[in-house]
Design a protein around this ligand. Structure first.
Ligand code: KDO
Length: 334
């Protein structure tokens, strides 16, 4: 129901965006010499490796004909509203999650399922696979958004302010686990065995500090960047989601670029994603010690128990009914 309503509103917005798009193209060709401004909005911190890659690699690579204007910490648009802003023609770029896309295109919920992607390399292969093409095309045709590249956010781990040792999903019963606001995220929290609480990324620190939540889940680099270790006691290495974001680009702006410029934008996105991926992987490998030095307990639970439970919950869910036929097998086979 939520998905249907959101889909109608957004696809309407995209149609409106198309009208202003044609105006925009005339406008931009009239001013062919002027640089395009690409406003990018994301809740990521400026020190996040995705942000660093966009600022240091993507921005300079397109500088001849476009200016990247990034807005971090959700300063321009609230987390989860960015795709709508692009569809309406109010924003040019964002770093979108599959969970946000799944609110409009239910088939994207496949990428929100716990223990599906194996690692960063697998995630990259899935994005490049033939079976991904119709999904990308649908987003482009219906929402006016181009998904240029997949960014590796990292393996999500539980990060709790409570002392209780967590070995299996049963140990999370009653634990108030912050998850982002969309249904697919909330579902992941329940699938882990916890009681999910919707909270925006920018509000996590205070919610942990005041005890409004018992914990949150994010990859180790995000936990360090946002200083969650100051207000939590433990990290449980569940690795329950090899998380991704897509570099999302306004189709309206894309269509106004010359083919050579489009090629430069595409390469810049690929290069930024690759650089961010490598840096994020390196950080994940070294940060366990950082958190231990900060006095947190860091340990591995019974990951098989989590995997078995979470996969079963997803396969039996309504989400699985929206997944393209045979896609789980194709993903697993890669
Ligand atoms: C989060 O809200 O926990 C999350 O990690 C979800 C991601 O999809 C992404 O939006 C991320 O926040 C932000 O980019 C902040 O790092």
């Amino acid at each position: 129901m939520t998905t249907t309503l959101r889909r109608r509103t957004l696809l309407g917005a995209a149609a409106f965006g198309m009208v202003s798009a044609s105006l925009g193209i005339q406008f931009s060709s009239a001013r062919a010499q002027e640089k395009v401004t690409l406003r990018l909005s994301s809740p990521a911190t400026p020190t996040d490796q995705r942000a660093v890659a966009m600022t240091e690699i993507f921005g300079p690579a397109i500088a001849e004909f476009a200016t990247l204007e990034p807005h971090w910490n959700a300063e321009l648009f609230k987390q989860g509203t960015e795709l709508e802003a692009i569809a309406r023609g109010n924003l040019e770029m964002c770093i979108a999650s599959a969970q946000e896309l799944a609110t409009i295109f239910p088939e994207f919920s496949i990428f929100t399922a716990g223990y599906l992607h194996r690692d960063a390399e697998h995630q990259k292969k899935v994005f490049a696979a033939d079976f991904m093409q119709p999904l990308k095309q649908k987003v482009e045709d219906e929402l006016n958004v181009k998904l240029l590249a997949v960014m590796y956010l990292g393996r999500r781990q539980l990060n709790l302010r409570i002392d209780k040792e967590i070995k299996t999903p049963a140990d999370l019963a009653g634990v108030k686990l912050r998850m982002p606001g969309t249904d697919a995220w909330q579902f992941l929290g329940s699938a882990l065995g916890a009681s999910p609480v919707p909270t925006a990324f920018t509000e996590i620190y205070t919610a942990l500090q005041t005890g409004a939540i018992d914990g949150q889940d994010n990859p180790l680099p995000s936990n360090r960047d946002s200083k969650f270790y100051e207000v939590t006691k433990q990290i449980v290495l569940t690795s329950h989601l090899v998380d991704l974001n897509y570099i999302a680009f306004s189709k309206k702006v894309w269509d106004g670029l010359a083919p050579e410029q489009q090629a430069v934008v595409q390469k810049a996105a690929d290069d930024a994603a690759e650089s961010g991926r490598q840096k994020q992987l390196a950080l994940e490998a070294e940060l366990e010690q950082f958190f231990k030095d900060k006095g947190l307990k860091v340990y591995t639970p019974d990951v098989d128990a989590f995997r078995t439970h979470v996969q079963k919950v997803y396969l039996e869910s309504d989400y699985a009914k929206s997944w393209p036929e045979g896609m789980v097998d194709k993903i697993n086979a890669l």
